[in-house]
Structure formats: C-alpha cells, structure tokens
Write a protein that binds this ligand. Structure first.
Ligand code: XIL
Length: 358
C-alpha cells in the first residue's frame, strides 16, 4: 500500500485520463490501462458486490468499467410479457455510479437467456414491436448512464449454413437479417450518446480454421452495416481464451483488428478470461500458463489503437461462472482470472499490467 500523499499526487495526474475516483488504485489495472487510452473493467453481479465488501472494494480499486454479467439479459428483465423488472439492474447501476464506473450494457438481443414467453410471442406481426419496446424500454431507462451496449450478441454462426453466415436465431427467423439494423437504430434513438457494439466469440485464434473463416464473415457483415449507415460504433470481441491451447494471436488476428479499425469502428474486448479446465500442471504452472496467454493476447490487441476497452469476465476466481460451466476433472478450483480466491494478484494480473505498461 502506498502513502496517501503519493496516491493523491498520482491520482491527480491520472484523473484526467481515467475519470477521478478516490478508491481507484494508482497502480491498479484501470489506471495502467487508462495511460494507454483503454478502459479496463470487469463483469460482476449485484449480489456479490453487495454481500462481499472486500470484493466490492477490489472492483472499485482495479476497474474503471463494469458489465452486469447477467442482470440486463431478457430472462432477468422480462420475466413476463410487457412488464420489465429493473430491480437487480438498478442495484448494479447504483454500485457503478457510487464508484464512478462506466457501465457496459450486456446484451439487448441474444439467442440465449430468453424467457419462454418470448418464443411464443415472436411472430412476424409482433416481432418488430417487441424488439422496439424492449430496446426503447431498457436503453431509454438508462440513457446517459450506460456508456456502451452489446446490441446484438453472437449473431454469426457459420454452422447454420446461410450464405450470409448469420445465426438462425428466433430474431432472424421472424424478422430476417434486418433485425440487426433495426436493433441498432432503436438503440441509437433511445440513447444517441451510447457506443453500440456487435459482439461475438470465436474470432481470436489464428490456428483455428472456423475462427479465421468467422472473421471474414464478420468483416463482411460489419462493412455492410457501415455502408448502409446503420448506427454501429464498434465490434465486441469476447475473448474467452483457452488454457490448453497455444496462444496463436499473431499476424492474422492483428490484421483482422486493423480491418475492423479501417471500417471506422472501435474494438472492445468484452468478456476476457482464460479457461483452465484442461490446463496441465500444479497451481503454479497453471497460473504461469494462464498468465502467458493473457500477455500474448493483450500484446496483440493493445497494438491496435482502435481497442478502447478491455473487460474481464469476472475479476477474481472467487466469482467466476467457469466454476460451474467448466470444472476441472481433478476437482481443483478453476483459476481463470487475474485475482485468486483470496483476492490476491496472480501472475495473470502481472501479465496484464506488463501488457498495459509496455
Ligand atoms: C454467462 C454468465 O457468465 C453465467 O453466469 C450465466 O449463467 C450464463 O451466461 N457469452 C456471453 C455471456 O455473452 O453472457 C455468458 O455469460 C458467457 C458467454
């Protein structure tokens, strides 16, 4: 811990870049990233922020951004048709505002986490109205308070075998491919200041053929939206990385980021973590492997000036959805994030700090 006076002195200098906040550590990830013009943040849930004070303090110290991990999804906001339940979302917004964290909204349209009623009601005559009602209601409520949105999440699925590569989601099947433009128009109308992203996974690895092909599909989609004047401002790259794969983020990924930037779009890394379900070795070795993957990925993406935000999917191994979704066969707890379960900085934290400092 450093002295108060040095904190204030440093904090003053960084304040202009990062947005002043008393709780933010001058050597935390948000402060380091801000010097690169990048906003560092993490995803979290309202209940852990409210019930775990040490965790809440860590988020305030290390982050400049906050993504509600689950509480802006349809299944939470829209338990019943025509009604909204903003309770949990309002609670996480209150935490963000108390701690001056820029909120990233996740996600307006997705093929998962939808209430059962939605697929019954989504018929061609009603679908556009339902889409607009939802986006007006949600984006409108938080207008001026949510900095950026995943407007459409995971719209591309080449396995669905459409010539345009779009996923055959309920939205696509009822409204056709224009549902994407409709969603962006509605979000832009509801909050003209919000940065609007199309977000997806499976774009990161140079040695995975389906991902390389998906990049091509994504570029065509983004270029088309831009050409038509659709109000889209960026690409969200989720960044769910794998702890048992070579970190193949090389020339091709770097070139892809450049192509996205040339379309006049920002790039946000929206859900970064390293899945260590199958990473071999003891804890020390696993942590080193995970750290090296963070470092290789960030060295590549931070080279592109269009990258404006890096968000990890969780901040500490104490709270990560990987625990339930990707448990290890050896029964050891998973360690996908920069802080361990005791909230101490891990080698992954050091790797991220070094990448931001480079
Ligand atoms: C996950 C959450 O982390 C879990 O808590 C939840 O049970 C399921 O959703 N891609 C996304 C995120 O866009 O919304 C997902 O989040 C992870 C994959």
């Amino acid at each position: 811990m450093i002295g108060v006076s040095r904190r204030l002195a440093l904090g003053g200098g960084l304040a202009a870049l990062a947005g002043a906040c008393a709780a933010r550590e001058p050597d935390g990830l948000a402060s380091l990233a801000a010097r690169r013009g990048v906003r560092f943040g993490a995803a979290a849930e309202p209940q852990t922020l409210e019930n775990d004070r040490a965790f809440a303090a860590l988020v305030a110290a290390e982050c400049a951004g906050l993504t509600p991990e689950n509480h802006l999804k349809w299944n939470v906001l829209r338990p019943r048709p025509r009604a909204f339940d903003f309770g949990p979302a309002d609670r996480i917004m209150a935490f963000a505002e108390r701690n001056r964290l820029a909120v990233h909204g996740h996600a307006l349209l997705w093929h998962e986490a939808n209430p059962a009623w939605l697929s019954h009601e989504l018929r061609p005559v009603a679908a556009e109205e339902i889409l607009r009602e939802h986006i007006d209601g949600v984006v409108g409520r938080y207008a001026g308070r949510i900095a950026s949105w995943d407007v459409v999440n995971e719209a591309v699925e080449r396995n669905d075998r459409r010539p345009d590569g779009l996923r055959r989601s309920r939205w696509l099947e009822t409204l056709g491919p224009d549902y994407i433009a409709m969603a962006f128009e509605a979000a832009h109308q509801a909050d003209p200041a919000a940065v609007l992203l199309l977000s997806d996974y499976g774009l990161e690895y140079d040695d995975e053929r389906w991902m390389v092909e998906k990049r091509g599909t994504m570029l065509t989609l983004l270029a088309g939206l831009r050409r038509r004047g659709v109000p889209i401002h960026g690409l969200g790259i989720q960044g769910h990385l794998l702890g048992d794969r070579r970190p193949a983020f090389g020339r091709d990924f770097r070139a892809f980021l450049g192509e996205v930037a040339r379309l006049g779009l920002e790039i946000h890394i929206t859900e970064l973590d390293v899945n260590d379900q199958n990473t071999p070795g003891d804890v020390r070795q696993r942590d080193e492997t995970v750290a090296a993957i963070y470092r290789a990925f960030l060295d590549c993406v931070l080279d592109e000036p269009a990258v404006k935000a890096v968000t990890t999917w969780g901040l500490t191994d104490r709270y990560t959805s990987k625990t339930d979704m990707f448990p290890r066969a050896d029964g050891q707890p998973v360690r996908p994030l920069p802080f361990d379960r005791a909230l101490a900085r891990k080698p992954a934290w050091q790797a991220m700090a070094q990448a931001f400092n480079r």
